[in-house]
Write a protein that binds this ligand. Structure first.
Ligand SMILES: C[S@@+](CC[C@H](N)C(=O)[O-])C[C@H]1O[C@@H](n2cnc3c(N)ncnc32)[C@H](O)[C@@H]1O
Length: 392
């Protein structure tokens, strides 16, 4: 038992390295490695499956009744073991709606073993779930548009896959079949090409998403993208976001405006969610052995739509998203807020604390807040004694 746990912990550490420090040279078929696949399912999946709940909750809040349908057709691209699919099932199963939609999933992944794992996990989840659901699996890369079903889909999900999609020309193993495996050295040419090809890969991802959305997303559908909360992957997602806006698509949330992303102005900034999560005992054990820590869910995310529905429709008074931790110092509390007008520092001095602005005391990253009587001082926004702060 101890030996098995140690082996699992070693594989988790190996996988963690590949997904962070060695991400730039991540070998495409790393989940073909049985040990890494097991590490992914036992360590990453239990946390990652909850991430999709955040965008789903925000979609469910819109008065247009985005999920008020008899069935929802969901395409999960780069599904791995079906993490997001399990998350969607869990979300609808736990919802209090009397008439839950039935869920029709299509999982796409180029690695056969992932799809077999997805089928097994789907089946065992389905037995405990209070929603009708079906699953079709398709072995394909995301770029092989012709082998993907046309849809239309109500949801297209890309969970932790976009940053793994490289330009095929700059990623020879995707086209030539000369696959490098984890632990095997990536040819220098491939590394150099990937580095030089940053613009190329952004354009490639942008074009891919544009085609996917135009081809397979329903007119009232949502494309949900989740990415790791690393600065590089998160900023690349923001660049893709701006590119999609330029193409005439719309952001439903987390952004509450459709202007270019202000986090891209300063190369040190990025934008991510961080929500508390209580890891199960097995994950705490692995954390002890590896020195990793999985005690909150950190990720960047985006909902893209063809129509103009936006989460901001349900908030009056110029809403803001909190995009930092509370910055508490002597005599004041500050946050970075993002909304129309960009990313702004907002301050409230302790002397100005009042019943009217009380919600400002306990904001958390990701919360939404609106104000009446907010003072714009140019360099920063100030919450005065008479400013009314409202959270939904
Ligand atoms: C980090 S895993 C994410 C799995 C799952 N979506 C999740 O959120 O846990 C990345 C997945 O993307 C798949 N993938 C990598 N490159 C891909 C490509 N070009 N097209 C489709 N899937 C790809 C991998 O096989 C792997 O299953």
């Amino acid at each position: 038992m101890k030996k098995e746990l140690n082996t699992l912990a070693a594989n988790v550490a190996r996988l963690s390295n590949l997904l962070t420090r060695e991400r730039e040279t991540l070998p495409f078929p790393y989940l073909k490695d049985k040990g890494l696949r097991e590490a992914y399912i036992l360590y990453y999946l239990p946390a990652n499956m909850y991430k999709i709940h955040v965008p789903l909750r925000e979609l469910s809040l819109h008065p247009a009744g985005i999920f008020r349908k008899e069935r929802l057709r969901v395409l999960d691209l780069g599904s791995g073991p079906g993490t997001a699919i399990l998350g969607v099932m869990g979300f609808f199963s736990a919802s209090a709606w009397a008439d839950k939609p039935s869920l029709e999933f299509t999982a796409v992944d180029p690695i056969e073993e992932n799809l077999r794992d997805a089928e097994k996990l789907f089946q065992s989840f389905k037995d405990d779930t209070l929603v009708g659901a079906s699953l079709l699996t398709i072995k394909s890369g995301i770029g092989m548009m012709k082998s993907l079903p046309k849809g239309p889909f109500d949801m297209i999900i890309l969970s932790n896959v976009l940053s793994e999609v490289f330009h095929p020309v700059r990623h020879p193993e995707l086209v030539s079949g000369s696959q490098t495996m984890p632990g095997q050295e990536i040819p220098k040419q491939v590394r150099d090409d990937r580095e030089a090809g940053k613009t190329g890969r952004l354009d490639y991802r942008l074009n891919l998403l544009k085609s996917l959305i135009n081809r397979s997303l329903a007119g009232d559908g949502s494309c949900i993208i989740i990415e790791p909360a690393l600065r590089a992957t998160s900023r690349e997602l923001l660049e893709v976001r701006d590119g999609l806006l330029r193409e005439g698509l719309h952001i439903y949330s987390p952004c509450l405006m459709n202007d270019p992303c202000p986090a891209l102005i300063n190369p040190k900034d990025w934008c991510h969610e961080d929500i508390p999560w209580e890891p199960p005992a097995a994950i705490l054990e692995i954390d002890k052995l590896t020195g990793l820590r999985k005690d909150s869910l950190k990720f960047s995310w985006l909902i893209i739509r063809k129509d103009t529905l936006s989460l901001s429709d349900i908030f009056g008074n110029n809403p803001f998203r909190v995009v930092s931790e509370p910055l508490i110092s002597k005599g004041k509390i500050e946050y970075y807020l993002c909304g129309a007008g960009g990313r702004r520092l907002a301050v409230r001095f302790d002397k100005d604390k009042s019943k009217l602005n009380e919600p400002f005391s306990s904001l958390k990253r990701g919360n939404i807040v609106s104000f009446q009587g907010l003072i714009d001082e140019g360099k920063r926004l100030r919450v005065g004694k008479d400013t009314i702060a409202t959270t939904p």
